[in-house]
Design a protein around this ligand. Sequence first.
Ligand code: GUN
Length: 295
Amino acid sequence: MTARILDGKALGLAIREEVAVDVAKLAAVGIKPGLAVVLVGEDPASQVYVRSKGRACEEAGMYSVTIRLPDTATQDELLATIDKLNADPAIHGMLVQLPLPKRMDSDKVLRRINPLKDVDGFHPENVGKLVTGDPTAFRPATPYGIQQMLIRSGIETNGAHAVIIGRSNIVGKPMANLLIQQGPGGNATVTVCHSRSKDLPSLTRQGDILIVAIGRAEFLTADMVRPGAVVIDVGINRVEDATREKGYRLCGDVEYEPVAAIASAITPVPGGVGPMTIAMLLKNTLQAAELTRAE
Ligand code: GUN
């Protein structure tokens, strides 16, 4: 079997176009959705992500502002920035790009964001809403994008066994919570594996849907995949490659070619999960702006 390639770029673009239509409708009632992205320091990968988020916002007709704090900024300065954005009526959604410098307390920072502007869905109030199935939760963009990709690609989650590798607050845990909810893109049986899981290949081979978010280049090999499984690769890793102009190439957490040869569907890296994440961030920003209309 050669896997169907799940084109996140095309799907993400379609969602962004849907968002742009709704943004135009809000414009008619005088609301322009605004997203603020806060970046501390100069991590090269974070800079690329932040730039893409800002650009996508503007392309959808939204207002976008990026606040860059130097690597030397204090946590109090970051908290003061969040307070200002919480109070700014032009800002409907905000996010603080992670990871933060190690000396900062990420939990404290994330709790400072007004939950109604928390378009990343990382505030405990939104995490709680997600777990209890409250539809007003902001859903973290990466797992939300994966769920949309499954739905829009006609991949059945109802009754399927989804095996997630990785238990982060950004991907693994919210992914599990989305997939076990009732409704479209839910009703799955979910196993969450992590670095302490015993006999990982025996677990991953049970998966009808495998979601790999472990942050290790080409970690999932073909022997870990049941033929016909759907494989979603969340990883984006830089590996040295002297044959490339930049000296590196990008690869996912899945050993692509051998796994694609036995899977029924697979996401490429780049062009798979990444563009879906950005699309869902815009969707969440729209959701945040719509809250202000209802007031
Ligand atoms: N770093 C990696 N993924 C994410 C994300 O979805 N949101 C934020 N804020 N930081 C990230």
